[in-house]
Design a protein around this ligand. Sequence first.
Ligand code: UD1
Ligand code: MG
Length: 451
Amino acid sequence: MTTRSCLSIVLAAGLGTRMKSDLPKVMHEIGGLPLVGHVLKALGRAGSDRISVVTGPDMPELATLVRDLAPHARCCVQTDRLGTAHAVLAAKPALELESDDVLVLFGDTPLVTPETIAKVRQGLERGADLVVLGFQTRNPFGYGRLLVENGRLVAIREEKDASEAERKVTYCNSGIMGITGKHALSLLEAIGNDNAKKEYYLTDAVEIANERGLTVVAVTGSETETQGINTRAQLAACEAAFQNRMRHAAMDEGCSLLAPQTVFFSHDTKLDADVIVEQNVVFGPGVKVSSGARIRAFSHLEGATVGTGSVVGPYARLRPGAVLGSDTRVGNFVEVKNATFGPGAKVNHLSYIGDASVGSKSNIGAGTITCNYDGYLKHRTEIGANSFVGSNSTLVAPVKLGNGVFVSAGSVITDNVSKDSLAFGRARQVVKEGKAKVLRERLQAEKDAKY
Ligand code: UD1
Ligand code: MG
């Protein structure tokens, strides 16, 4: 890794009017993480030393996100949104401090990888004064075009300012730019706003650097990584690219996806090697699945931990705080929330287990419900090890069942059940012999008398 110091500036103040949203553009999500969060994560992995994030004056949730993901990053506010060069200058105090390299990244370009960030920095290390990350695309509409003459990057032309011929250029600007620290501020301050949008374009730094005889180069990245998001359709395209990346990463790590295109990941999903994921599974944020577990079709997991050798689904729902030990079973139409399962515990059919603990090797019968909420407060249900809860039981929390308890089917359990006890919580069965026949005859006679 390079020893040169680097200031990274992430632009995130733009309103993104084409998204038609009340949410700042960079707070829209890919894989459950705001766009700018992806950029901050990539910078973190690239080992960036100083980071400034340029926000708008009305984006408190963005400042909170930055604090969470990159606590050492500084937020600077761009009060008027007058373009990307103007936005970079909102970080002027940081630019005035000495750094070897200045890196500008866009908060709406979330798929950039640490390797690509390193590639831009290598350009500077090898002696360039300004490095632009470009990409080739079949659909360049909306992007700044990289104008290259005799192998030299001479200018970047924005869509609205481009001539007919320039619009045909398919080599585009990703928005990621590296500038040597000693030239950055003076280049940025030389940029004017004499263009179609009357904005201060960061891209004009290229022509100015050329006029000053500085070395300007373009390096090329993949289109998948460098695509920017200005519209909802581009957000969806980027989500699709991100999902593909996650699917391939999971398979590379030794996880089997039976139908990769139907499995959806969160940015932080962690699957160990030898996990099998069947068709149509959705991972929300905060899921960890250990080796040898199988997630069966049509399951939805969020904030959940699945232990080694466990089987979840088909059609299971694990909500935040579901912690399944090893070799557990959570079957079809079972919802688990904020509940721990000891090794070998099973709940196989049609149940709700919330705010609970289930001891190892306990078996929860079909249709069991933990009544955790009384309309005001949540309460816990504790079930010991090696217990058996019969089907269609209702466990009214707060309630504790010890180890080795047996609850008969159809019980409503409101009181604690001590170790090795058998609990009934239902009316005793009554059988009246021959009475069904008598009843039938009486009803038939009533019907005959009427018609
Ligand atoms: C920009 C580039 C274009 C490039 C494209 C790549 C310029 C002038 N154009 O166009 O060459 O091909 O990105 O996706 O740089 N922002 C601010 N303050 C502002 C304006 C923008 O913080 O005043 C931020 C936005 O939040 C966004 C980023 O800068 O994250 C880029 O702005 P955007 O308006 O999306 O520029 P594009 O039109 O996409
Ligand atoms: Mg953009």
